[in-house]
Design a protein around this ligand. Structure first.
Ligand code: PHE
Length: 349
């Protein structure tokens, strides 16, 4: 009998040690199962041996077993509570959101205007400061505004200067996505008499394959001045004023003879290469100059299309790429960065 009582004591002290050693609630449940969990448990095994004992002994050992069970179960309950609390704390710590990080970022990483929008706004401001007004026109245009009124009758070969995207609306090839902002010149001249000083920024579309310098959707800003006595000198001076205002006092412009159906004479305007200050580099093909846009004196046929008397009035017009301006000012080598939506690129401006 003392044997059995010793046994009970040994099972209990071993059990208590294992309970204390359980590292998790799951561990503890396994230990519990082995100690008090049913017919196969350690204490149940001791109970089964009671049958071999005399009645008096049986009572005494039985009490010892019950007392041991009570203590074991109490220790399990205590340990379970402790382990569960620890596990809950660990889980809360793991799930914790560090909101201070988000708050910290919010003060520095605010949204901003796209770089092309910034360039457009800045160009607008610059011309507004020179006395211009800002006008806009539709991106979906008729053939008449985009070509015909600009002195390009149907089938005129100059139309092939612009790879046009047509819209399936009305008669074939009667509706299109404007290939330049020049149709807005027509709309402005139709809506107000001279004197006219307007810039017209906006999106343009051409059937181009995207590469480092071209996108099928890009931005231009058009300028138009119509008044009595406007000369080519006014045009050249305006281009030069805009160039040094936007790119800096070291950057200058020059005009080279060119052709556009809606201006006569026509010119391409170039600015000194902002990468090499005109010394010659890879970007400007060693020429020291970079082409920015087209310009010229408004062709009398364009005035005729809108009912302005070319004997009384003269004017100049120009148009150039906003995207290209932003690229040059910020040393961006690929126009596709503008539409890639890469936050690392956009955040820099
Ligand atoms: N519309 C021309 C183009 O897109 C540029 C231009 C505008 C030329 C105004 C002359 C006058 O290429």
């Amino acid at each position: 009998m003392t044997d059995l009582v010793d046994n009970v004591a040994a099972v209990e002290s071993d059990g208590l040690a294992r309970i204390d050693a359980a590292a998790s609630v799951a561990d503890l449940r396994a230990v519990e199962q082995e100690l008090v969990g049913g017919k196969r448990s350690a204490l149940a095994a001791l109970n089964q041996r009671l049958g071999q004992l005399a009645v008096e002994e049986r009572k005494e050992v039985g009490r010892a077993i019950n007392a041991a069970r009570t203590r074991v179960e109490a220790r399990i309950a205590e340990r379970a509570e402790h382990l569960a609390a620890g596990e809950r704390e660990a889980r809360i710590a793991a799930e914790r959101l560090d909101l201070t990080e988000v708050i910290g970022r919010r003060t520095t990483a605010r949204g901003r205007r796209h770089l092309v929008t910034q360039a457009r706004d800045e160009l607008e401001d610059l011309f507004v400061a020179m006395g211009y007004q800002v006008a806009e026109g539709p991106e979906v245009e008729t053939d008449w505004y985009n070509f015909e009124a600009l002195n390009m009758p149907p089938a005129h070969p100059a139309r092939s200067m612009w790879d046009t995207l047509y819209v399936r609306l009305g008669e074939a090839e009667s509706t299109l996505l404007r290939t330049h902002t020049s149709p807005v010149q027509i709309r402005v001249m139709q809506s107000q008499p001279p004197p006219i000083h307007v810039v017209m920024p906006g999106r343009c579309y051409r059937r181009d394959t995207p590469d480092a310098r071209h996108l099928p959707v890009f931005h231009q800003i058009e300028g138009l001045v119509v008044d009595r006595g406007i000369t080519f000198g006014d045009l050249a001076g305006t281009i030069e004023a805009f160039t040094s205002a936007y790119f800096g006092p070291d950057i200058h412009s020059r005009l080279r003879p060119s052709f556009f159906p809606f201006t006569e004479p026509s010119a391409e305007f170039e600015i000194s290469c902002i990468f090499c200050q005109g010394r010659g580099c890879r970007v400007c093909s060693q020429s020291g100059w970079i082409e920015l846009g087209g310009c010229g004196m408004v062709d009398p046929n364009v005035f005729a299309a809108v009912g302005i008397d070319p004997e009384e009035y003269s004017g100049f017009a120009f148009g150039f790429g906003i995207d290209r301006c932003a690229m040059m000012r910020h040393d961006i080598d690929d126009i596709r960065h503008f539409i890639a939506n890469d936050i690392r690129f956009l955040e820099q401006f």
